[in-house]
Design a protein around this ligand. Sequence first.
Ligand code: NAP
Length: 683
Amino acid sequence: MTIQNVKSFAAGHWVEADAAARDIRSAVNGQVIARAGNSALDTEAMLHFARNKGGPALRAMTFHQRAKMLKALALHLGKHKQPLYDISFATGATQKDNLIDIDGGIGTMFVFASKGRREMPDSQVYIDGNVEQLSRHGTFLGQHICTSMHGVAVHINAFNFPVWGMLEKLAPTLLAGVPAIVKPATASCYVTEMAVQILLDSGILPEGALQLVSGGLGDMLDRLTNQDVVSFTGSADTALMLRSAPHILKNSIRFVAEQDSLNGSILGPDAQPGTPEFDLFIKEVSREMTTKAGQKCTAIRRIFAPEALVQPVIEALGTSLAKVTIGDPAAETTRMGALVSAGQKADVLEKAAIIGQEAERVIGDPNNFSVQGADSEAGAFVPPMLFHCANPDKAKRIHDVEAFGPVSTIMPYRDLDHAVSLLNRGEGSLVASVITHDPDVARQVALGAGAFHGRLYFNNRDSMRESTGHGSPLPHMVHGGPGRAGGGEEMGGVRGVMHYMQRTAIQGSPDILSAIGQKWVPGAKEISEEDHPFTRTFHQLSIGETFKTPSREIHLEDIEKFAHFTGDKFYAHMDQAAAERNPFFPGRVAHGYLLLSFAAGLFVQPDEGPVLANTGLDSLRFMKPVEAGESIKVRLTVKHKTPRNEDYGEVRWHVTITNQDDELVAEYELLTMNAYEHRETQA
Ligand code: NAP
């Protein structure tokens, strides 16, 4: 059998493993299958390549261009994923595990591609929050912006998800406009190497955007600067060692840590045997224990059940776990494969023994279990093991020892407060779940345990068919947790992109803020054009272009007609005396929606033209009522433009309606879709 030489990709070249490389063994049969590591890797050249080639190329792109690039990469990986499946079995992963790792990773990239297009501007500056009024007359304003860091993101990943683990960090990093150097855990780096090769072969990435270190990182971390970010996933011990290095501390180098975690799951007091929630709980726990052979940072390590339900839960889990066939990960009938290595198996058994000092093993015997289609001695197989701790208040190690395999401990709770206090003894975790149909139980846990967990997952009969599972971090939602879990955060949509950008407070005049953010702010220069703005295409419209309408008087007849036509005969529009008794109105006033409709009548250009549709209205506020006899006029300013597809883009207009005394009656943002090209009109 040939032994794979796992390469690194450094400064534009593939670099072979050298004599100092480490052996990597198959999880399934223990044979050496690959070697990785190069002691002469030129880390300075790699950093230089990323900072001077990849960074500038990525920063020159807009968020939308980067998002399109992510989508293309995800599509390309999707087309070439079969060899990734094939090679992954050697890590001990079953095909179901591979779907989580490979398809889950690709899916994550798609979500970031879509979020980049939908939630970020087509520019290089991301605006964070609203304009802050810093002066009385509005000539000096404040705004927060985020721009790409000028360094490189070094991603140090855990062994358990060699593809997802890379992509869930790479997608937000590239979207932020920052190049990445990926260092997968050595045990499964041959899978990551293949994925990186596929990504690079696509030709989609700019040069320098992605490099790979297979094996040790050498002195790379000592060469980082304040513009670089380390994004680490792995054990708490390694995180502590790396993040406390004097060079990292001295230069305030960002260090995002995702560590191990003693995640818990509570069976709600209402979830008695016979309820859908009880069955759901058993299903979730046994799935979390066995998926990826329990080598998931989010796996359920501690199980909390009402005292009277501990035995029924153990029995039901016993029945469920007995059905889990363990063996050759590539076999279709296998439900649980092997741990990643013999070393990992030894570690899990050692940790299980520590847990065993405080709890009794009630399910699974590592010395007596059957393995199908593989050698149980040569491969890193262990059975699912459930421990029962009768006195969790006195125990300590069950709350702080993570056996990174199919190992969990069940413990009783007296009441919900007790359950919450036990749950929080994990000292910070990635996720906690509660299976309950009682919203009060959910609220009590959220208030009591929210601060200790990065994610709270509630499930019951109403959500179970569509729920995504306790253990699945989703790209839309934050992944990370306080304390023991590392104190970091990843993903969570656009939030995850911000880890690779710097937030800067900008202060200045409205024109300055508009120019920097490419978004008109009130008070900034207005541009007036001869043509009606609705006759102008998306690209012809400039930020700040303003259109002012003539005014229109409101008559009592209009108000009555509108009331009868729409059915809105609210007394403030119809009954003078009643309206006068209302603290908001001087007397009968026009409907706000009538004013909006008249506003549209004042600014719309009726002919077929580049405006394709009015797709919405944001931040509407009615400031001052309008009585019959008063008049209104409208001002429309192009605030922001966002391309949507190949044919048209969204124009966000700032709209004000004012009365005859120039007092603000209403303010809102109007959204239109505008074509890029003038459309042929029917002659
Ligand atoms: P690990 O031993 O801490 O290793 C994590 C990463 O750090 C690997 O890439 C490892 O590379 C690297 N590393 C170790 N020493 C280093 C050094 N001196 N300089 C630079 N890099 C170094 O963890 P693991 O065994 O791979 O993963 C299992 C652990 O990760 C579990 O505790 C699990 O809970 C945690 N985890 C957490 C998350 C999360 O999102 N929070 C996700 C997955 C796993 P080598 O392999 O080359 O040593």
